[in-house]
Design a protein around this ligand. Sequence first.
Ligand code: PLP
Length: 218
Amino acid sequence: MQLKLENAAAAAGRPVPRLLAVSKTQDATAVAELAAAGQRAFGENYVQETAAKQPALAGLGLEWHLIGHLQSNKAREAATLFDWVQTVDRIKLVTALAQHRAADRPPLNVLIQVNIDDEASKHGCEPGDVPALADAIAAQPRLRLRGLMVIPTPHPDPEQRRGAFRRTRELFDALRATHPQVDTLSMGMSDDHAIAIAEGATMVRIGTALFGARPRPA
Ligand SMILES: *Cc1c(COP(=O)(O)O)cnc(C)c1O
């Protein structure tokens, strides 16, 4: 997979992005195998599943990213289990995560999830809400604003997602102008990572292309 990312980056004349291994529905053994091969960052969609998986993997120095929707009543657990939360999309969540991030841990890394396709049914904030959310996160000492995350509308032809990636990149550039510390643009999955990389992704989230088809639907 690393080679694929390097090739996609070289073809587009872009830096090689970080690889987030999406381990939802994969058991601890599968995660440990990838960790032994040098993979450090893992993405999970559910708080409960992560809590069940982590004990067997303690001590491996893994970095855990929440990439699934987070309910406010799970913020305390999320602030404890994860090193990054990529799905922050409302002020209430900012306050709850900041309140529950322990003082003896490094600040929780946070990405703002953007609903770039303006789908009524989808999670993520509206693009116009990014500046206020970013200011709220940056004002919390227990949180560290790192950038943006996007999940474009699924479309059978990944090329149709290019516009969404491009608009998110423009939003990211604008955010960086006001918050120079942001360094992470999380976009691209197994079937569209090359397009996302060409449009400026600094982190791609890969599940099936790394682990094979998921054991059960997520
Ligand atoms: C499952 C998931 C991925 C990985 O998808 P694949 O197609 O298996 O690579 C990436 N991002 C999010 C938010 C996901 O839920």
